[in-house]
Design a protein around this ligand. Structure first.
Ligand SMILES: NC(=O)c1ccc[n+]([C@@H]2O[C@H](COP(=O)([O-])OP(=O)(O)OC[C@H]3O[C@@H](n4cnc5c(N)ncnc54)[C@H](O)[C@@H]3O)[C@@H](O)[C@H]2O)c1
Length: 255
């Protein structure tokens, strides 16, 4: 038994499940008895996550580039074909950007950020909600993983900030468009957390101390602290929260 057993039998698609928040969420939801379509652009680590769960009855693992609409459509279709429905879509996949001033950001970096971090979430909302509305008992929940960079300035991370603000815009719009039909759409906006996105070389590793000190709690958030809130936002018992971009930031956005 898990304290998240409210997710037992729920059919959940998670993108970016091979690492960081997505992997941890997958492990928690599997322990709670959920039926999962887990996906990632990186096949090998994704298959390792699936192999560790060793549960072909409740876990389907699929390679998916969220910037490719057909790939995203395919994971939603897999939920329907394999488990008969989709209850929850977690648009978690994302990538960071090399820290630099906006004057140095290239068009390619802007495009990549937009294609993966914004358009990937758009495809996830579009196909998940279509499926949720077509079901016998219409309804469901979408959780988008935005960032603190989606609700405020993100110095040196301009391309990422633009893309994540887009995620918050999509979240609020989708919440309004589909709320009456029983679909809730929310976003989480985490502060920095030591997942590979932040700790890998070429990422923000060199700036970790500065990042920690800029926070009212003088530390980053642990991935477990982020996933705790993600599960709360997704939970079927959290039935009246809709269109919110929830900061999990140790108080950073309160300044
Ligand atoms: N870690 C942080 O500090 C932090 C803070 C705010 C928001 N976020 C967001 O959290 C989400 C998860 O990131 P994380 O911190 O767990 O990082 P992570 O790098 O550990 O995991 C991200 C996963 O997304 C996958 N991915 C990247 N591009 C993809 C694509 N095109 N299609 C499918 N999968 C793709 C990666 O392969 C990886 O497995 C991201 O959206 C990120 O922007 C992270």
């Amino acid at each position: 038994m898990s304290r998240w057993d409210v997710f037992c039998d729920q059919v959940i698609c998670i993108t970016g499940a091979a690492s960081g928040f997505g992997k941890l969420m997958t492990e928690n939801l599997h322990a709670a008895g959920a039926r999962l379509v887990i996906s990632d652009i990186n096949s090998e680590p994704l298959q390792a996550v699936a192999a560790a769960l060793a549960d072909e009855t409740r876990v389907v693992a699929m390679t998916c580039d969220v910037a490719n609409e057909a790939d995203v459509q395919a994971i939603v279709q897999a939920a329907k074909e394999r488990f008969g429905r989709l209850d929850i879509m977690v648009n978690n996949a994302g990538l960071g950007s090399e820290p630099k001033l906006l004057t140095e950001v290239t068009e390619e970096e802007m495009d990549l950020n937009y294609n993966v971090n914004t358009k990937g979430v758009f495809f996830g909302i579009k196909h998940a909600v279509r499926q949720m509305l077509a079901q016998d008992a219409p309804g469901g929940t979408v959780l988008n993983v935005a960032s603190m960079a989606g609700i405020g300035a993100a110095p040196m991370l301009g391309a990422y900030a633009a893309a994540k603000h887009g995620v918050v815009g999509l979240t609020k719009t989708a919440a309004y468009e589909f709320g009456r039909q029983g679909v809730r759409v929310n976003a989480i906006c985490p502060f920095f957390s030591p997942t590979p996105l932040v700790t890998q070389e070429g990422g923000l590793a060199d700036r970790m101390d500065t990042l920690k000190k800029s926070s009212p709690m003088n530390r980053m958030g642990e991935p477990e602290e982020m996933v705790e809130v993600m599960l709360m936002l997704m939970s079927p018992t959290n039935s009246f929260m809709n269109g919110q971009a929830v900061a999990v930031d140790g108080g950073m956005s309160a300044i």
